[in-house]
Structures are given as C-alpha cells and as structure tokens.
Design a protein around this ligand. Structure first.
Ligand code: NI
Length: 183
C-alpha cells in the first residue's frame, strides 16, 4: 500500500490543534490540492494522522486543522488495526439511492453526536499520498466517514444534515461547554 511509508513516521510527527465550531475555516469551501502544494501536503499528512489517532478519531479533514485544502485522512481502525487512507482531492462519483442512518460525531464538535442519514454506499475518486489516482467504494461506517470528511472540504458539518432544532441544541450545548472550559 502506497500509504505505508507515511504511517511509519506518523507517531513521531507532532499533533496539531483541532479547530472547534464556530471557526470560520470550518464553514469555508477548501481549494483543490495542486502539484505546487505537494511538498506542504506531504509534510502535513503525518501530522494529520498523529492528530487524528491522538484525538482519537477515524477521520480528519485539513480544514479542521486550519488548512483550507481538499485533503483528508481516514482510518476506521477496524479490529484495532491501522488501515490509514489519504484522500487528496476526493470526489463522490456515485452514491446509492438507498439511505442509511448512523450516529455521527466530529472532532470539531467534541462530545456531541446525532443520527445522520446519507446514501448507504458511495464511490469516491481521489489521489493518494503518492499522487496516484485511486477509487474506493464503501458502505456502512466507511461510506459515512467518506461523506463526512468530503463534506468538511465543502464547509459542511454533520449538524448541517439534521433538523435546525437539533442542530441549535447541539451547538448551544457545545458553546456552553466551551464557555465553562474557558473559565
Ligand atoms: Ni468531522
């Protein structure tokens, strides 16, 4: 797997602070990774994995660490085994009509969860860390994770998929917790 060398150094790379809502970068549409970004992105990837594993989370998008680029990392950690995936310029090229509802959370909305309904299966085209074009088809947790991370690149959070009532409840609760934490 082309991702393996990146991961070998992941634990040595320093973690980065994760932005919490309502940070404006989280609501911005990220721009495409260009060949000129390659070096910066290569340096960022191990730090994004460290940040995600430490949190811990199963996905992290670059806007969550304040970098508005179309880049995300995921690792579902199934059976407690690492299976890291780097998604550069990911695009959903097919989505099933069938929907699935799962409880989602987000490192940028810490400690709060809600049921989100999305297509049950998606096919995603992306470039890997080596710049090779790849495709991944996922259902279940992987489908939700892919869509959740790609949403981040468009400034969309999981709470944008739920009712305004529930969204406001979650965001108010978070704001209150953040205020208490700051005291
Ligand atoms: Ni998230």
């Amino acid at each position: 797997m082309t991702d393996a060398p990146v991961i070998a150094s992941a634990d040595e790379a320093p973690a980065l602070p994760i932005l919490i809502v309502p940070h404006p970068v989280l609501k911005a549409k990220a721009r495409k990774v260009l060949p000129a970004d390659r070096e910066a992105v290569q340096a960022l990837i191990p730090r994004m994995f460290t940040t995600m594993y430490k949190a811990p989370g199963i996905g992290l998008a670059a806007p969550q660490i304040g970098v508005s680029l179309r880049l995300a990392v995921i690792d579902l950690m199934l059976d407690d085994k690492r299976a890291p995936v780097v998604l550069i310029n990911p695009e959903i090229i097919a989505a099933s009509d069938e929907l699935a509802t799962r409880e989602e959370g987000c490192l940028s909305i810490p400690g709060l969860y809600a049921d989100v309904t999305r297509p049950a299966q998606v096919k995603v085209r992306y470039e890997d860390a080596a710049g090779m074009r790849q495709e991944i088809t996922g259902d279940g947790l992987l489908a939700a994770c892919l869509q959740h991370e790609i949403d981040h690149l468009d400034g969309v959070l999981f709470v944008d998929h739920i009712s305004a009532l529930k969204r406001n409840m979650i965001l108010r609760k978070l704001a209150k917790e953040q205020r208490l934490k700051a005291k």
